[in-house]
Design a protein around this ligand. Structure first.
Ligand code: GUN
Ligand code: FE
Length: 449
């Protein structure tokens, strides 16, 4: 297949590349085999050949080809709760709302209905890679992986491990440490051996929910499994005051240092939130080549602080974006792009009007929309070690078409703008799911026609 149209992406942090009338050639395995600009060798011949073979997909006027979005942090079972239950602090929210909801996923009918709906909505919002926590239930989490594979969703998926009797209720806890570890192994094996998953479009992850939810024995066992299988790891890290202080109290160190002791910081680890990490923690995360899932909308409600995105990016840490469904109220990574810019600006300026100008904020904290979009694509991809998130030879064709020509849209005036910068900024702030006309994962069209 050859896709022809104006392409916009951010392969380098803080920079945009726009190619008008680009020709992106995709091979049978869904990889990009070439990208041509008008006037380069065999550009015209390629169009004629693709067109006569019925293999040319041509974007219309006011349509733009962008990379698909990478969501680094989703709680798949919390989908029915999205946009509600945001009035409680983290501990109460977990105990009163979230654990009771997640416990319902021992019912596979309930799981199927909600997981299918989630995946359909993620793809409709342009999320081509979904990094998901399941529940403690092995069978329901296997089902989530199968639904992702079936619908074409690229995904990283883990069975949640949580066995600590002090922090997890009787109705929602791994039966024992051993059963949690066995279930983790079983899910990894199941996903790796799923028929149709030979190219690894769905990948398994070791998933300690967070340190408070796990015994030391569980954390140690999960570190060994991550090493044995060389698979992804996902967990929460220094998210809120309560959680961060709990870990200091129990282990005498910050989450980052504790996770490191249990071999849970690898180059395939995704640390959700990490709002309260210290400079030392940042150094450790960088040394281990782990990455951070910045979840700016969720952080408004649960974290008690703004993640220092500027500092993390300046230090060269891998940072991507997460919706944290349902800690964050929206399934849209574009909404989280906006929120990451907004919260960084508020961190920089400060928020208390009774404090004098100049003393109100934290200088040099802002990020801009280009850096937000980089996190939403390249940063997420690099954190997961996946060749997606930009248009480049050898990368998978995970992409979306943003369409201006739809009824009743907020995306106005795009055609008046010549630069890719302006187009991208407008898209980030005003494109909604109705403007996402087509989505492909690994060259397979999963939205539109
Ligand atoms: N910490 C432990 N579990 C969760 C969860 O489900 N959501 C968020 N935001 N933080 C958590
Ligand atoms: Fe979370």
């Amino acid at each position: 297949m050859v896709v022809k149209g104006t392409l916009i992406h951010t392969p380098v942090l803080g920079e945009v590349e726009t190619i008008k009338h680009a020709l992106v050639t995709i091979d049978d395995s869904g990889q990009i085999s070439s990208i041509r600009s008008p006037g380069t060798a065999s550009y015209d011949e390629e169009i004629i050949a693709a067109s006569s073979a019925g293999q040319l997909f041509e974007l219309g006027a006011n349509q733009y080809l962008l990379p698909g979005l990478v969501d680094l942090h989703i709680h798949a079972p919390q989908w029915p709760q999205v946009g509600t239950a945001l009035h409680l602090p983290l501990y109460d929210w977990l105990q009163q709302c979230t654990f009771p909801l997640e416990a319902k996923y021992d019912d596979l009918g309930f799981a199927r209905q909600n997981y299918e709906s989630l995946v359909d909505n993620l793809l409709a919002n342009g999320t081509t890679t979904a990094t998901c926590y399941g529940t403690i239930h092995l069978e329901a989490t296997k089902l989530l992986a199968e639904i992702c594979l079936d619908r074409g969703q690229r995904a990283v998926i883990g069975k949640i491990a949580m066995d600590n009797r002090q922090e997890c209720p009787d109705f929602y806890r791994d039966k024992s440490t051993t059963s949690g570890l066995d279930g983790t192994r079983a899910l990894i094996e199941h996903i790796r051996n799923l028929p149709g998953n030979e190219d690894g479009r769905v990948l398994p992850a070791v998933t300690p929910r967070f340190i408070p939810g796990c015994t030391d024995e569980m954390l140690e066992g999960l570190g060994s499994i991550a090493d044995e299988y060389n698979c992804h790891v996902q967990t929460h890290c220094s998210e809120s005051d309560w959680e961060h202080d709990y870990v200091i109290e129990r282990h005498g160190v910050n989450d980052t240092q504790s996770l490191d002791r249990f071999q849970l910081l690898t180059d395939k680890t995704v640390l959700a939130h990490s709002n309260l990490i210290s400079d030392e923690d940042m150094s450790t995360i960088k040394t281990r080549a782990s990455g951070i899932a910045h979840c700016p909308l969720s952080n408004v409600y649960f974290s008690n602080a703004v993640f220092p995105a500027r500092r993390a990016l300046d230090r060269g840490l891998k940072v991507g974006l997460g919706t944290d469904i349902s800690g964050g109220p929206s399934p849209s990574i574009l909404h989280n792009c906006q929120a990451s810019v907004n919260s960084s600006r508020m961190l920089e300026e400060g928020v208390d009007p009774t404090v004098r100008r100049g003393e109100r904020g934290t200088p040099n904290s802002r990020i801009d929309y280009l850096e937000a979009f980089w996190m939403a694509t390249v940063g997420g991809a690099e954190t997961l070690g996946l060749k997606v998130g930009r248009f480049e030879e050898g990368y998978s064709f995970d992409a979306m078409v943003i369409d201006r020509n739809v009824a009743d849209t907020n995306l106005q005036g795009l055609d008046d703008f010549q630069s890719g910068e302006d187009a991208l900024q407008k898209i980030i702030y005003n494109a909604e799911r109705r403007n996402i006309a087509n989505v492909w994962v690994q060259g397979r069209m999963v939205k539109g026609s």
